[in-house]
Design a protein around this ligand. Structure first.
Ligand SMILES: [Zn+2]
Length: 380
């Protein structure tokens, strides 16, 4: 790094884009120090707010004592390797992998948010919930996915913790009721969470109308016949002209099925992520980190994974959804090199901001009423 790109203090005006004239004078050299990780590291200070920082502040290894190969870690996490197995491969503690995983998730969320206005295919959208669990089978969750029906690009992700339902023995039902008594699940959480997904669909449709790539008409959203979905879509129907189409989940899950995009993603997530494999000892112990891992997987799917392997396609899912190859390449280059800052990511949705700050409570492990302290460097 030849010169620091901006001041890392988000209260300082130099944190935000500034004109070239003042850019030259906003910082001054402030000596150097020797770190075990980087060797000699230059230090700077901001002339306006006095904030001191170094070259390491802008590295993706920020606030870390040790350098971990993030490229290798990301490849492992999206290939069915569990946290402990990854830590054995990288000769570090599982906690080190867990902290780097959050960094990878923030880089992923920033990349996803930056290209949110570049989709031009105008394809119908498909939404569905991928169900898994965290902590135990008494805490099922839903990862709600919004995908392009042709590109299988994931446009939005929201997550929610649910109350266990379905067939149970009497003993299991008593345990479920005891847990619910101590820490009740919000019955409206799924409706709200799916509503956020519909909001993302409405925003995407509006952006495509503004840049003129979508013909006038309604935004087609295909879902299964879940009873909650119509209630979530209702508030957006009038303002965004969302046309809701439903498909029975009993029909064959083939390429011709209108829900193919989410069925395909469900299958890929189930086989590629260790915590979602069925009947294994791998499962999510922490809700916020589970969401972080899902972001890493989905953005890798969007930006790195070939669209088809037979016949082999050179394009990614993002390119098929209408993002230019130049934009995709730029995001891929930035991913490991430039640390993403929360305050500079202006296009984050509310759900993405929550995922970035890890504001998800793990059932039975954390008390909802207690305050969660987010490290200031994560909120910068
Ligand atoms: Zn400053």
């Amino acid at each position: 790094m030849h010169e620091p790109p901006f001041c890392p203090n988000h209260h300082c005006h130099c944190h935000y884009p500034i004109d070239d004239q003042s850019r030259r004078r906003w910082y001054c050299r402030d000596g150097s120090f020797v770190s075990a990780r980087e060797g000699i590291t230059r230090r700077f200070s901001c002339r306006y707010c006095g904030k001191r920082f170094s070259e390491a502040t802008f590295s993706t290894d920020y606030y870390a004592k040790r350098r971990i190969n993030l490229y290798r870690l990301r490849r492992m996490l999206v290939s069915g390797v569990s946290i402990r197995a990854a830590s054995r491969q990288l000769f570090c503690a599982p906690g080190t992998v867990a902290r780097r995983l959050v960094i990878l998730a923030r880089q992923s969320i920033a990349a996803q948010a930056e290209i949110c206005d570049h989709h031009t295919s105008g394809e119908p959208l498909v939404a569905d919930g991928f169900q898994s669990f965290w902590v135990s089978q008494y805490h099922p969750n839903n990862f709600n996915l919004l995908c392009g029906s042709e590109s299988q690009y994931v446009y939005a992700l929201t997550s929610v913790s649910l109350k266990r339902s379905g067939r149970m023995t009497d003993c299991q039902r008593r345990t479920r009721d005891r847990i619910e008594l101590e820490d009740p699940t919000d019955p409206a959480a799924l409706e709200r969470s799916f509503g956020e997904l519909v909001n993302a669909a409405a925003r995407l449709w509006h952006n495509q109308r503004v840049i003129g790539v979508r013909p006038p008409g309604s935004c087609v959203l295909v879902t299964d016949e879940h009873q909650t979905y119509p209630r979530s879509i209702l508030p957006f129907r009038a303002s965004s002209s969302i046309e809701h189409q439903t498909v029975s989940s009993r029909i064959a899950r083939t390429r011709e099925n209108p829900m193919f995009a989410v069925n395909y993603l469900d299958r890929e997530i189930r086989k590629d992520m260790a915590e979602h494999h069925r009947e294994t000892v791998c499962f999510a112990r922490n809700a916020a980190q589970s969401v972080a891992r899902m972001w890493i997987y989905l953005v890798w799917h969007n930006l790195e994974k070939p669209y088809r392997i037979s016949p082999r396609s050179q394009r990614t899912h993002a390119e098929v959804s209408g993002v230019s190859p130049v934009t995709v390449q730029r995001q891929r280059r930035k991913f490991y090199r430039k640390r993403a800052f929360l305050c500079r990511c202006t296009k984050l949705s509310e759900a993405q901001r929550r995922d970035w700050l890890q504001l998800h409570w793990t059932p039975e492990r954390e008390i909802r009423r207690s305050r969660r302290v987010t490290p200031s460097y994560a909120a910068a």
